[in-house]
Write a protein of this length. Structure first.
Lengths: 353, 353
């Protein structure tokens, strides 16, 4: 059956096998909130315990980090990258991550490889209390090379309406805490690939705290900042707004956490730039200002707090980072990196001193 | 700024321009449920009016229909395909579609082209009362050819827990209503491309009710069955379960709407097969049984109803199709296509007489 279709590059049987092995990868654990999981037309998730729920959703990919994974033949970590990236995005609204759906498209559907990727997705979901509710695996000859693929996903979370982040609460004099990045996260990989020849990926990474190769550092998993943020909040520090530093760097992302009439003045020199980020910035001869737009330069996530909350928040963040070391791959520690001030009319929202 | 990055094939400025033009494509209409739309880290949607909400989510792509769109230089319809496909998926759980997020990845980000695609997404969302809550546009040189791209998305809907479809309600003697397809929908395009040379896409489609080219028929928009299903329910007919006929055809999709101990015995000869579907089936020399697994063969969506509800449901479906003609591109009309019977142990779930 379906020989003609297989000759055209699509194997329906392989698709069915992949879904079976996803079920195994996701594991037998029962999540009582999931009424219909992988394999139905749609996933069904019981929303309970909210008075006045706001649903918060983020859709993302991992960029050309997929090419690094393919080159190194290590597929599990990009699934984690993707889930963490999306959790961080909904975290910026103060939402709890509820469920995730992944989209995996390949030139030729290889169930073993697809399962490796979905395993990483499932692992990151499980670790963060997120239900893997469904997804799509597509075999698309001619869109992707035979060994090519892309990975994207959508995470849905929820927050009580009166606990939703409201950037208008941010005021002049508030402080910005930067949480450390541990590498490129999911951004800057096209530049990294252009600057660092594959032949050097097996080399030792210069400046690394622990011995590792350039390839290891390129694949370092994008951290999930939710445990750190929840620890800060549990300490009693009220976080007014948050920014996930992704494509566009701190210049494009921090302004989303600020009202229009305010700007952030940052001192970033005290931050540790992860060695792999420094390697790319140096190889690309990026100007200092430019590097902050193209790469995360050591800041993976920002929080804005009132001055009286900042010290308590900072200590809680550092303790959380030590328990669950973000810097395992060479990042720094949480720091107060700047202050909010009135924005000059027509001036920039982010000023780096 | 970002010259090095641009040389590596990524244009951050183009990404920012694309987001601006999405906002325009989505339009100025205010949807009061949307508290944070396109441009934030995550979209925020106020869920109101549910007693005991179950969230229902589907993630999908449009397969290699993207290559047809690229070949013909017509990009708006695939956005509609995608949204309709996802609405139909959550409809199978009886859920109301609430919001959508799209993932668009391109080899080279061309804001004008990206905007055409997102316009189609936005149009289909607006027409169906769905909020376009966010999305991701990724520029991924080397994953996609410079002019290559992929499109996927996730739709989230909701339904009261006690109105969720429960396939265990289906019993022997229930009837299956088939709703007409109008073409390949979003399935079978790799086969179609292998069988129908591009040089023939400008030819008149044989057997078409209205003059159209093969290319027109290949790009026919995947219909949204929600208006039809809602009309059937409004007529008083209770729909026990539903199946969206997509990849794997009626053989793989109808069983998802049945309990394990039951099978559907179908008579499909009374159905009109859309001319483009027939053209592909003939060109590929598909055996009859095989064709029902690879293509939709005229059935886009199935509903299972008790016999006493079937006639009323059928009439409502036909009236809805006439108001909003699914068959505009050559499909047939709704028909009772079969009956539910006990499944033979180890026998198939779908039997085509």
């Amino acid at each position: 059956m379906t020989d003609a279709y297989r000759a055209a590059g699509v194997d329906i049987d392989a698709a069915a096998r992949a879904v079976d092995s996803y079920r195994q990868a996701v594991g037998p654990e029962r999540d009582e909130r999931v009424l219909q999981g992988i394999g139905g037309f749609a996933g069904c998730f019981a929303l309970r315990g909210y008075r006045d729920a706001v649903l918060v959703a983020s859709c993302d990919g991992v960029g050309t980090k997929v090419l690094i994974a393919a080159q190194l033949g290590r597929y599990e970590s990009i699934g984690k990258d993707l889930v963490h990236h999306c959790i961080n995005d909904v975290l910026c609204s103060n939402a709890e991550a509820l469920f995730f759906l992944d989209y995996l498209a390949m030139g030729k559907l290889t169930p073993a490889l697809a399962t490796e990727i979905v395993k990483g997705v499932a692992h990151a979901c499980r670790q963060n209390g997120v239900a893997l509710l469904g997804g799509e695996t597509a075999e698309m000859p001619d869109v992707y090379a035979e060994t090519g693929f892309d990975l994207a996903g959508t995470l849905v979370g929820a927050v009580e309406r009166d606990e939703l982040v409201d950037v208008s609460q941010v005021g002049a004099g508030d402080l910005v805490i930067g949480l450390p990045s541990n590498g490129l996260h999911t951004n800057g990989y096209s530049l990294a690939r252009a600057m660092l020849p594959v032949s050097e990926w097996g080399d030792a990474l210069p400046g690394a705290a622990h011995p590792m190769t350039v390839g290891d550092a390129l694949l370092a998993v994008h951290p999930c900042y939710a445990p750190c943020i929840r620890a800060m909040q549990a300490s009693g520090a009220r976080i007014k707004s948050m920014a996930h530093i992704t494509g566009g760097g701190i210049f494009e992302n921090l302004p989303r956490a600020l009202p229009d009439h305010l700007a952030a003045r940052l001192q970033l020199d005290r931050l540790t730039v992860p060695p792999i980020v420094q390697l790319v910035a140096t190889a690309a001869h990026l100007h200092r200002q430019e590097s902050y737009r193209v790469l995360n330069m050591g800041v993976g996530f920002c929080c804005v707090l009132a001055p009286q909350d900042a010290q308590r928040g900072l200590e809680a963040a550092r303790q959380a980072c030590e328990r669950d070391p973000i810097e395992a791959v060479g990042g720094g520690r949480a720091e107060i990196i700047g202050e909010i001030e009135p924005r000059h009319p027509c001036g920039p929202s982010v000023i780096i001193d």
